[in-house]
Design a protein around this ligand. Structure first.
Ligand SMILES: Nc1ncnc2c1ncn2[C@@H]1O[C@H](COP(=O)(O)OP(=O)(O)OP(=O)(O)O)[C@@H](O)[C@H]1O
Ligand SMILES: [Mg+2]
Length: 460
């Protein structure tokens, strides 16, 4: 049970009136503390975060307006209500300027105060909900743009559009750094649960013994150190989405409990005998081959099928090289963080970026761009030298790794001739047309290079 009792500080110098109001508010479920002066109120505010403060405006010493100001300065989200003495709206307006939410005029009926209080609480709730929505929308803008226009990505977007509006469980697979989490968020933000939370849990980052409590929560005394009741990630994600990353690393015992969540949407907090129900959408991700783990008896088959309702596979970056320039631009914009001078990437650097095999996928590319931006400080162009060494070297192996055998085959001789021509061309560019140096770059005799040049430019 979350603690929903509101803590309220009541500041009023007339003791009998103060006690009467406190009693009535107490009866309505508020947890009320009293202060008889502005000074006492400010002292109390220093060490306790009240939800609500109600203060008389006219107080001996520090007046109510100053109390409000102090309260709001310390707790911007506090609900502050002033009680004005003589129906002088002017003073009330002044207090509102200083941060009060509303006011009541003396003498008032308790119902009047309760009404003002209720609507201020509601307003505050809406305000924080809006702030939350706004932050989610900003995130949405960022995450909706999962970047990519290659064929596999276009197909992925189509699939996402279809599945996001549903509540079905999704299993995202893909190598490390391919964007599994980005895609999971995009699904959440495009679905019916976007107003609620997206809660991520990386199952491999948490020791097995703690994972269960992290996922399901625990009750006080469930284990050493469990000092209070705590919600798990599943409960935090109630009505929203829970993202279970690296789900393949879960122990057999936890796999069984997760299966129950997927089947019944219920579980028990660690140490609890009561069953908790949740309404969550589950998106799981893994970079291991779950089907194989099932075959090898390391992952429950029934759980696999429950998770894999809609499989979403993210192809490795080396299989969608045409996305690289786009991603580079995207990350350039991010890491330049609004800088107005222009920064481009030289064609040669871009070629290396596109030739590299990116075992760490988009994340590795992102890091490479960040590094290059830093190294290029003061220049207008990122060059090969700004790239990580392994990427600089990419060219030598590029052609062999970049080649995929098309479905309908290819003309080997013509293909090899293309590659030769391209490499000779580039070596000549690099050496400023010096054939001797170009030949050395390609580990050829000068005469062989000249011969090849002739043959390649005038095929028989
Ligand atoms: N298509 C994309 N468009 C824009 N940014 C992307 C894209 N794919 C990945 N990224 C960025 O690359 C980084 C890695 O992405 P993410 O964390 O989603 O990968 P992952 O597949 O979950 O990796 P891991 O398996 O290592 O957890 C993030 O900074 C993310 O913003
Ligand atoms: Mg991840």
């Amino acid at each position: 049970m979350p603690d929903t009792t509101k803590h309220l500080l009541l500041v009023e110098d007339e003791a009998p009136l103060r006690q009467a109001i406190a009693d009535q508010l107490g009866d309505r479920g508020y947890h009320v503390e009293q202060a008889e002066s502005g000074e006492a109120a400010i002292a109390r505010l220093a060490d306790f975060a009240f939800d609500i403060i109600i203060t008389d405006l006219r107080l001996p010493g520090v007046d109510g307006s100053a109390v409000i100001e102090a309260a709001v300065a310390r707790y911007p989200d506090i609900i502050a209500i002033v009680v004005t003495g003589y129906g002088t709206v002017k003073d009330a307006v002044e207090a509102i300027k200083r941060g009060a939410s509303d006011f009541v005029s003396k003498p008032f009926q308790i119902d009047e105060l309760l009404h003002v209080l209720g609507s201020s609480v509601e307003q505050r709730r809406l305000k924080s909900e809006n702030a939350y929505l706004r932050s989610q929308l900003e995130e949405r803008y960022r995450f909706e743009g999962v970047i990519g226009k290659s064929r596999p990505m276009a197909r992925l977007f189509q699939l996402l559009e279809t599945v996001a509006p549903t509540n079905s469980t999704i299993l995202i697979t893909g190598e490390t750094g391919t964007g599994k989490e980005v895609v999971a968020r995009a699904i959440h933000l495009n679905g019916p649960r976007r107003m609620h939370r997206f809660v991520a849990l990386n199952c491999s980052a948490i020791p097995e013994t703690l994972l269960e409590a992290e996922l399901f929560g625990h009750v006080r005394g469930a284990f050493t150190g469990a000092v209070g009741n705590r919600q798990g990630r599943l409960e935090q994600a109630h009505r929203g989405t829970v993202f279970l990353d690296e789900v393949g690393t879960m122990s057999a015992a936890l796999q069984m409990k997760l299966l129950r969540v997927l089947q019944e949407r219920e579980f028990e907090r660690v140490g609890d005998s009561h069953t908790t129900k949740v309404d969550v959408r589950v998106i799981a991700a893994t970079n291991s081959d779950l089907a194989r783990m099932v075959a090898e008896g390391q992952f429950r088959e029934d759980l696999f099928y429950r998770l894999n309702v809609i499989p979403v596979h993210l192809p490795p970056l080396r299989e969608r090289k045409e996305d690289i320039p786009l991603l580079v631009q995207h990350f350039l914009a991010i890491f330049r963080n609004g800088a107005t001078t222009s920064l481009t990437v030289s064609q040669e650097a871009m070629r290396r970026l596109m030739s590299f095999s990116w075992p760490g996928n988009v994340r590795q590319l992102e890091n490479a761009v960040e590094r290059a931006v830093a190294l290029s400080a003061g220049r207008t162009q990122i060059d090969v030298g700004d790239l990580p060494t392994e990427v600089q070297k990419a060219q030598e192996t590029a052609l062999t790794t970049a080649v995929t055998l098309p479905e309908d085959g290819l003309d080997l001789d013509a293909f090899i001739a293309d590659i030769e021509r391209d490499l000779i061309q580039r070596s000549l560019e690099r050496t400023g047309g010096n054939k001797g140096k170009a030949a050395r770059l390609l580990n050829l005799k000068r005469t062989t290079l000249v011969e090849k040049l002739k043959r390649l430019s005038s095929p028989e």
